[in-house]
Design a protein. Structure first.
Length: 262
């Protein structure tokens, strides 16, 4: 199993599928690379898709120390360096979109094109989920809380015909401390001041019915990043890329194919 080693000695498991120009795929909070399994083939047909398990997830090391989205971006850069990738297209969803913001802002020469899915600028300018959503996820009945999470990700109609397993609801092998570290990293994200520094052609995608990471964040991102495009997928919740795959994947692929090459 291939690993990249960061400057602080953490080993990160990474995975390659497909061939062609490099495309880095960044998953959501407390998830490993399997987040992308349902749709990865859509991108691996045209790109050398690159994923890695964030520290704290999958086969990567799991140090019990503070994590940040900016730190995860540095980890992503370590993976690209290990693979000899100078420039890559980057597609981040959920917390992966937060990580991608830092990667594009801090290392503009490394990002050829950027897609931010169901993401947020964070901080004082980000739109937080409502207290009703927080309560639904914090209820003591674990089965009820897990069902609430699924219904934030997918519509009930889709869940009725797709019983799982679902790859977007967390890495089951994560230690509890690592889950807390991931939650803190995502909650602490604030890239508002850095967003205007992003120079890569950028597409912002969001489901109109996403209340897990409210859809109101999408126009905030698109308005803050110079020249960014905004596309909303009607009726989609947080996992728009999977449930609305037939719309979302072609949309992203068309953007990536048309983005100017630096």
């Amino acid at each position: 199993m291939p690993f990249a080693t960061t400057d602080d000695g953490v080993k990160l498991s990474h995975q390659i599928r497909g061939s062609g120009p490099p495309l880095l795929l960044l998953q959501g909070q407390a998830n490993n690379h399997h987040w992308w399994d349902p749709v990865r083939a859509d991108f691996a047909a045209a790109y050398r898709t690159i994923t890695f398990d964030y520290r704290g997830t999958g086969a990567s090391d799991k140090p019990d120390e503070p994590y940040t989205t900016r730190g995860f971006a540095a980890d992503a850069l370590a993976v690209l360096d290990e693979l000899g990738v100078e420039r890559a297209r980057v597609y981040g969803t959920s917390m992966g979109g937060r990580v991608a913001q830092w990667l594009a802002a801090d290392h503009p020469r490394r990002v050829e094109a950027l897609v931010l899915g169901c993401s947020s600028p964070g901080g004082a300018h980000g739109v937080e989920r409502g207290n009703d959503v927080r309560r639904s996820l914090a209820q003591p009945d674990r089965a009820a809380a897990e069902r609430a999470l699924l219904e934030l990700m997918y519509t009930p109609a889709w869940l009725a015909t797709h019983p799982g397993p679902h790859h977007t609801v967390g890495d089951p092998g994560m230690p509890a401390y690592a889950r807390r570290r991931h939650l803190a990293a995502s909650a602490g994200h604030d890239a508002w001041a850095a967003l205007p520094a992003i120079t890569a052609p950028t597409l912002v995608v969001h489901g109109t019915d996403d209340v897990f990471n409210p859809a109101a964040n999408a126009p905030l991102l698109a308005g803050r990043i110079p020249g960014a495009e905004l596309r909303l997928i009607q009726g989609a919740r947080h996992a728009y890329f999977e449930e609305f795959r037939e719309v979302a994947s072609p949309l992203v692929l068309e953007f990536l194919a048309g983005a100017p090459r630096g």
